[in-house]
Write a protein that binds this ligand. Structure first.
Ligand SMILES: C[S@@+](CC[C@H](N)C(=O)[O-])C[C@H]1O[C@@H](n2cnc3c(N)ncnc32)[C@H](O)[C@@H]1O
Length: 281
């Protein structure tokens, strides 16, 4: 069973079965415009879907491509990185981490190995970049981080074999979906409070204007007969955006692996919005 090879904020592992149960049977293409770690895609792969996977994070999509196309080369790059790191004491590990964080390799394979290495050894598996687009998450304190999971990478490569991987904005990604396809949208969530924001996946901010644009894209998909499901927070702003359109709006509860609020790991409610009734009706 394939699983995400990266830790990713907002990972949807726990909601995956519920989303997958909604995917229409038949030869439709599965679209995931906010791929992140790809928890839902990997969980859905048991049903061998054709898939188009996108994210605006170009480094992330490049890494997925290296896992798919150059699995053994990637494993060979990661192996010495993992060995060297794990042989060090706490100070040595931090020094190595900061060195790798500061040096961006010029080749896709090197960049992808660096991304996996940083993801496994940084604080909480976060992905955050500064205004210049440079990764700036501090060193984590895992005793025995699994930097190289060769069998996990090989299984992920198998699941990705027939996928199309594209780095682009969600609007362009959704434009590729056709009637009969299925789109799962998992944007950076609208913050429940002003301090609980976590939108720093890339240098671009995902604020209310983007959420409104996303609702318009959702409406466009609906009008074109594309089944779509979207998750988001229970912020009143989100409920207002999607109310009154004939969409299904379910409140679901799941615990989160990464939360920007340290103490906020208790289960949180979120919304699962779908357009199934309008698309089938
Ligand atoms: C909540 S995460 C997705 C998590 C994913 N469902 C998982 O299980 O790991 C949101 C993703 O949206 C991406 N993103 C942010 N703005 C975007 C945009 N305008 N278009 C496409 N992707 C975007 C981020 O890079 C991030 O990976």
């Amino acid at each position: 069973m394939a699983a995400p090879f990266l830790k990713w904020a907002g990972g949807k592992k726990r909601l995956a079965s519920r989303i997958i149960a909604s995917i229409p049977a038949g030869g439709a293409t599965y679209h995931e415009p906010f791929l992140g770690g790809g928890a839902v895609f990997f969980a859905a792969q048991a049903s061998a879907l054709r898939a188009r996977l996108c994210d605006s994070n170009a480094e992330l999509i490049e890494c997925f491509g290296m896992v798919r196309d150059r699995t053994e080369d990637l494993i060979a790059r990661l192996e010495p990185m993992a060995r060297e790191y794990l042989a060090e004491d706490a100070d040595g590990r931090k020094r190595l981490y900061l060195e790798r964080r500061a040096a961006i390799p010029g080749d896709p394979l090197g960049r992808s190995a660096r991304l996996i290495f940083l993801n496994r050894t940084c604080y909480n598996g976060l992905y955050r970049v500064n205004a210049k687009g440079l990764f700036n998450v501090p060193h984590g304190r895992y005793l025995n981080p699994r930097i190289l999971d060769a069998s996990g990478l090989r299984t992920a490569a198998g699941a990705l074999a027939a996928t199309e991987l594209v780095s682009e904005d969600f609007e362009a990604a959704c434009a590729h979906a056709k009637a009969g396809d299925f789109v799962y949208l998992d944007p950076p969530y609208f913050p429940l409070t002003a301090t609980a924001r976590f939108t720093d996946y890339t240098t671009g901010e995902f604020g209310s204007a983007q959420h409104t644009r996303l609702r318009d894209v959702f409406e466009d998909l609906t009008g074109r007969g594309v089944a779509a499901m979207l998750s988001n927070s229970t912020a009143p702003y989100v409920e207002d955006l999607y109310s009154g359109h004939g969409y299904g709006i379910a409140r679901v509860t799941m615990s989160r692996a990464i939360n920007s609020v340290g103490a906020g790991r208790a289960p949180v409610a979120e919304l699962l919005i779908d357009n199934f009734e309008r698309v089938s009706g």
